[in-house]
Design a protein around this ligand. Structure first.
Ligand code: PMP
Length: 356
């Protein structure tokens, strides 16, 4: 049975990527060895890593002034690695609090310097992206989360700040073209738009490194990984390979502009049904709606079980909202086909007829 994977993450990957990855797990490139059993210092993985770095440069359009790292520890480790490496003890950084992941990043950063939360929608259950705020002229950086996976909001434009932008792009990396040069540092846990769980992509402007005087443990110092091309210790070989395949898939499909076209088509289809169908309502401000994670609810929540049974019957998985929000969440990452959203919309219409 065809499955329609709306999971928030780990999430859907392109079928061709899964096929190539499966083959590599059995026999990498016809060498009669699995990629899972190859040395991270051998020629095969060295080539994979270099290609993954090159594809990241190609997709972002960023040159050698930026280092591309594939690290471990998840996006959550970047919440403390960023301030540990970039924020001087006597310095300050601006943070926008637009969701639970921003909130975690703010909590972690407080141990390293002054954190100014210059805008927050926390008091309003993160239903919107704050737009009315003043960034500090002396901030070392401005940190924000471009897509709020739990609440279902997304920045539609870059935040206003003179300082370099530091962005958690875990749930919308490579979903649309961006002016990547505006960023001092970008990080993303791979497990949504990029690959499987197990590696975190970090892209950092090299001139921002080495400016803090605190002692940084070797493994937590970006400079260690820049110098050793993400191979100071054993890198997550297989997840990096799958990220490479996904990036090649994105480029082969037409790149970031094509991803944006598809993501807009999918999200517009679903949001227009949420707005049209009298049984449902959207959970966040319309102008801040995420193309990646649509959050919505039934007016009559007693109907949820019946609706969920119908979606399950049609092969839809991962539609349950985050436990802190409730309702439904449809994640529509790059690899999800429009036809899956059409299946969901058909179910919503059938449910309306049933209840009408
Ligand atoms: N940031 C965002 C935007 C997320 O959606 C998540 C959850 N996947 C995280 C950070 C935390 O990521 P990880 O589980 O890789 O630490």
């Amino acid at each position: 049975m065809t499955k329609h994977n709306f999971s928030a993450g780990p999430a859907i990957l392109p079928k061709s990527v899964l096929d190539q990855a499966s083959e590599a797990a059995r026999d990498y490139n016809g060498i009669s060895l699995s990629l899972l059993e190859l040395s991270h210092r051998g020629p095969e993985f060295t080539e994979i890593l270099n290609r993954a770095v090159a594809k990241t440069h190609e997709l972002t359009g960023l040159g050698d002034e930026y280092a591309v790292l594939f690290l471990t520890g998840g996006a959550s480790s970047q919440f403390f690695m960023v301030p540990m490496n970039l924020l001087p003890q006597e310095g300050s950084a601006d943070y926008l609090n637009t969701g639970r992941w921003s909130d975690n990043a703010i909590d972690e950063a407080k141990s390293f310097g002054t954190v100014n939360t210059i805008a927050s929608s926390k008091e309003d259950n993160y239903m919107f992206i704050p737009k009315d705020y003043q960034s500090n002229s002396n901030a070392t950086y401005l940190h924000y989360t471009s897509n709020n996976t739990v609440a279902g909001t997304q920045f539609q434009s870059l935040p206003k700040s003179e300082a370099p932008l530091v962005c958690d792009m875990s749930s919308d990396i490579f979903s649309k073209p961006l002016d990547f040069k505006r960023f001092g540092l970008i990080y993303a846990g791979a497990q949504k738009n990029l690959g499987p769980a197990g590696t975190t992509l970090v892209v950092v402007r090299k001139d921002l490194l080495g400016k803090v005087s605190r002692e940084i443990p070797t493994m937590l110092d970006y400079q260690t990984h820049v110098k050793k091309n993400s191979s100071y210790n054993t890198p997550p070989v297989f997840p990096i390979y799958v990220c490479l395949l996904t990036m090649e898939w994105i480029l082969g499909q037409g790149g970031l502009a094509e991803m944006e076209r598809r993501n807009k088509a999918k999200s517009q289809l679903l949001y227009s049904e949420i707005d049209r169908n009298p049984l449902f309502y959207g959970l966040v401000n319309k102008e801040d709606r995420s193309m990646m994670n649509a959050t919505f609810q039934l007016h009559d929540q007693s109907q949820m079980e019946e609706l969920m049974a119908m979606t399950k019957e049609a092969g839809c998985v991962g539609l349950k909202g985050h436990r802190s929000v409730g309702g439904l969440r449809a994640s529509m990452y790059n690899a999800l086909d429009l036809s899956s959203v059409e299946v969901l919309v058909d179910i919503m219409q059938e449910f309306e007829r049933k209840k009408g």
